[in-house]
Design a protein around this ligand. Structure first.
Ligand SMILES: *Cc1c(COP(=O)(O)O)cnc(C)c1O
Length: 451
């Protein structure tokens, strides 16, 4: 056997056949979502008007493993999955670190990120129920392209509200989604009452993810055979993403290695949760000292400076309230921030784990994040999504710490996506145009649950 092997693969018939539902192993039940108008625990039939029935059932389920339908497995195999586990030996050598650095390669998906893992599952369940059309929002467009591709595969129409600033300034992913057959609108749009109201106040409103979510939900409620689809945050989305961690666990077993640190970046929390939950089971039982570290942006410090409280998922207050770490549904991240990870809240499951000390989080400014991405480009050739690069920054710091203390340590990171469509952000970095930004004050409104 050769010594310097970098990639560990799984055969097609080694692909996991069930998703892992961490709700089965939590010491408590998560606080329920609240109805946006009454602030009482939400009636599941209301949720079924927004999401397909099977997805609502998965959202609430406490079954430990949920079987992946054959049609979805076939779609995973065609992405293709399983994705490799990659050892970044050249980065290790450059850093002269005794640490071992492993990346789980979600960048190999056709749309360039992990998001297809849940998009395919969601499209499948909606189609199976007889739904004809999906509505969703997208920021920079990763989610939009993933859902557009998946809708097309399962023969569904797809309507996407894309944050206006991205729609006009970074049209790459808009074009890709259109190529897959999706209908794209800049948000705020003239397609919804909420959008029309905002455009009347300010025709140049650049939009936010929170506004686009409100529009997609209003669209869903206005069209009988349409359902809404969300690319992160919710329990069922995180569960679909556990295909990543389940594969990685098998790959580590294959090479007889145990990660000491499991890390990743967090926007709404889905890629990191999907990677770390299968490793978290032992931590919940107190059986491992593995460290779990989530990396975010100082411009959107939702877990490092947020409050664990009930909040809306959108600006227009149409979504149910979720108990989560949040910096407030009205939070506005300025356009100077190029690093992504802009959502105001954090997935309730990850919020619970962070709030109870099972995982911790760190925040970085965008210049140090792009610097880390530059090191990875020069050593491994990889062009990293700005979101993913937040975690590269953590990995490099940790590896240098190991060098100082001369400690061997196995670092496992989810490489959530490539940055080949984010070159304007890299151009700003190279031309020293990026500015650091941190909000001074964060005010989170308080909503009290009614019984
Ligand atoms: C969407 C995205 C993220 C952030 O979303 P999560 O739900 O936190 O995973 C991170 N990395 C990439 C490449 C993405 O496309």
């Amino acid at each position: 056997m050769r010594e310097n092997v970098c990639a560990t693969y799984l055969e097609a018939d080694e692909i996991p056949t069930s998703w892992y539902n961490i709700q089965a192993d939590l010491p408590v039940q998560l606080p329920p979502p609240l109805d946006p108008t009454t602030l009482k625990p939400v009636d599941p039939t209301l949720l079924q008007r927004i999401f397909s029935k099977e997805l609502v059932a998965q959202e609430m389920s406490t079954e430990r493993f949920i079987k992946i339908p054959d049609e979805v497995i076939d779609a995973y195999l065609a992405l293709p999955r399983p994705t490799p586990l990659y050892r970044a030996r050249r980065l290790e050598k450059f850093l002269k670190t005794p640490a071992e650095i492993y990346l789980k390669c979600e960048n190999y998906s056709p749309t360039g990120s992990h998001k297809t893992n849940t998009a395919l599952a969601q499209a499948y369940y909606n189609k199976k129920q007889g739904i004809e059309r999906l509505a969703t929002e997208t920021g920079a467009g990763q989610w939009g392209t993933a859902l557009a591709m998946s809708s097309n595969f399962f023969d569904l129409k797809c309507q996407i509200y894309m944050v206006s600033a991205s729609y006009y300034q970074k049209p790459g992913r808009k074009i890709i989604a259109q190529l897959y057959g999706a209908e794209m609108f800049p948000s705020p749009s003239n397609q919804t009452e909420f959008g029309k109201k905002l455009l009347k106040e300010n025709p140049n409103n650049p939009g936010t993810l929170g506004i686009a979510i409100t529009e997609a939900i209003e669209d869903t409620l206005a069209h009988e055979n349409t359902r809404y689809s969300l690319g992160s945050v919710l329990n069922h989305v995180l569960m679909h993403q556990t295909i990543i961690g389940l594969e990685a666990k098998k790959q580590f077993e294959k090479i007889d290695v145990q990660p000491d640190i499991v890390c990743g970046c967090i926007g709404g929390g889905s890629n990191y949760a999907g990677f770390c939950f299968p490793f978290m089971t032992d931590k919940l039982k107190g059986k491992t000292s593995t460290e779990f570290v989530a990396c975010e942006s100082k411009a959107v410090p939702h877990t490092t400076r947020g409050t664990y409280t009930y909040d809306y998922g959108d600006t227009g207050k149409m979504t149910p309230l979720l108990k989560m770490l949040t910096i407030g549904h009205d939070y506005k991240c300025p356009p100077v921030h190029a690093g992504g990870l802009r959502y105001h809240g954090m997935a309730p499951l990850l919020s619970y784990l962070l709030n109870n000390g099972y995982a911790k989080s760190v925040a970085y400014n965008q210049i140090e994040v792009f610097k880390a991405a530059e090191i990875l480009a020069k050593t491994e050739g990889l062009i990293t999504a700005p979101e993913t690069a937040h975690s590269i920054k953590f990995v490099i710091d940790k590896a240098l710490e190991c060098k100082k203390t001369n400690k061997k340590c196995v670092i496992a990171m989810n490489y959530s996506g490539h940055g080949l469509l984010d070159l304007s952000a890299y151009e700003q970095y190279l031309n020293k145009k990026l500015i650091e930004y941190e909000p001074e004050k964060i005010v989170v409104p308080v909503f009290k649950p009614q019984t």
